[in-house]
Design a protein. Structure first.
Lengths: 227, 102
């Protein structure tokens, strides 16, 4: 009975979650579009970035450096910030499918898509979740960018809407079930502590990668289990 | 130059996205290592959430944002629906800022 109910309500709940995160993405995407125009960059720049790069954090970081006339720094800073996609790809593998599905699907891999995907256990559900979230977020991010370019400063500051708190809270909600596993919890919390402490000292992107050092706590666990 | 920078950043990002996925297919991992990968992803996502909550640039993020995230995290822990978590986190941060607490 329970499994039947769960499969029936799954899609509606997933769509509702997707709409919630998409609404926030539209607002933040609008901020990105508006900032790009406020910097005096050509109109095509935010569109090109939101479609070709499609990585929010890297786009915000790079647009400032591009506007300051420093394209090489923009590329390096953006790539460093996006390096976490390598371990993300290793973790989710070909969830999105193979062949053209993999070639197209990997482009929409973001933090939120990975978090939503890893929150599912069943492979078929994982695939559906990956595509639902990937397409929803790509669309809403680009719609937001368009709104920002059209409306400019009228879109307002997304921090006034509290959306800077919405994204970390969403990630926490998504990874919370996996943190019930004690070794995972210790790895994640140690990694987070390392990343937060490293943030004032390292360029953007590296602190989050330093969270992988949390895996070292497993060495202790392995020994204890053997003992 | 602008277009070249965007293209290099885009192609580089895509390469890293696809690279991890393809690497996973090529490697034959022991069960122990396979268990490690979701843990690594959880650590990265937790660190993203943690740094985005607490830090703004190289300094602390102030009060409103961490407070909003804390309320959201508490609700998530009490198994509130995802939408409630997201709206509550944003709402708390927005209201605190409206009240002049940042």
């Amino acid at each position: 009975m329970r499994t039947i109910q769960r499969t029936q309500t799954f899609d509606r709940a997933q769509v509702r979650d997707a709409v919630a995160i998409a609404a926030a993405m539209v607002a933040v995407g609008a901020s990105f579009g508006a900032i790009a125009i406020a910097y005096g960059l050509p109109t095509w720049v935010p569109f090109a970035m939101s479609t070709i790069v499609f990585a929010g954090g890297a786009q915000f970081l790079a647009i400032g450096l591009l506007a300051a006339g420093n394209p090489i720094a923009a590329v390096f800073a953006g790539l460093l910030l996006n390096a976490r996609h390598v371990p993300f790809g290793l973790a989710i593998g070909s969830t999105m499918g193979t062949g053209w599905r993999r070639l197209v699907g990997t482009h929409v891999m973001t933090d939120e898509v990975v978090a939503f995907t890893l929150a599912e256990d069943d492979p078929a559900r994982r695939r559906r979740t990956y595509w639902l979230m990937g397409i929803t977020l790509f669309t809403s991010w680009n719609v937001g960018t368009l709104l920002g370019v059209l409306l400019g400063s009228a879109v307002g500051d997304y921090e006034a809407l509290g959306l800077d708190a919405a994204f970390p809270a969403a990630l926490i909600a998504l990874i919370l079930p996996s943190l019930r596993d004690r070794p995972t919890r210790i790895v994640a919390l140690t990694g987070t502590a390392v990343a937060v402490i490293a943030t004032p000292f390292l360029p953007a992107g590296l602190p989050v990668l330093c969270a992988l050092l949390g895996l070292l706590t497993l060495i202790r666990f392995g020994r204890r289990r053997e003992a | 130059m602008l277009l070249a920078a965007i293209l290099v950043l885009g192609v580089g990002t895509y390469t890293m996205r696809l690279g991890g996925v393809l690497l996973r297919e090529r490697l034959t991992l022991s069960p122990g290592l396979q268990r490690l990968l979701p843990m690594a992803a959880a650590a990265l996502l937790a660190a993203l959430a943690g740094t985005a909550t607490l830090m703004a640039g190289s300094g602390f993020a102030g009060v409103a944002r961490p407070a909003g995230v804390a309320v959201g995290a508490l609700l998530a822990w009490r198994r509130a629906p995802f939408v409630v978590v997201v709206v509550a986190a944003a709402g708390v941060a927005a209201l605190l800022r409206l009240a002049g607490v940042d």
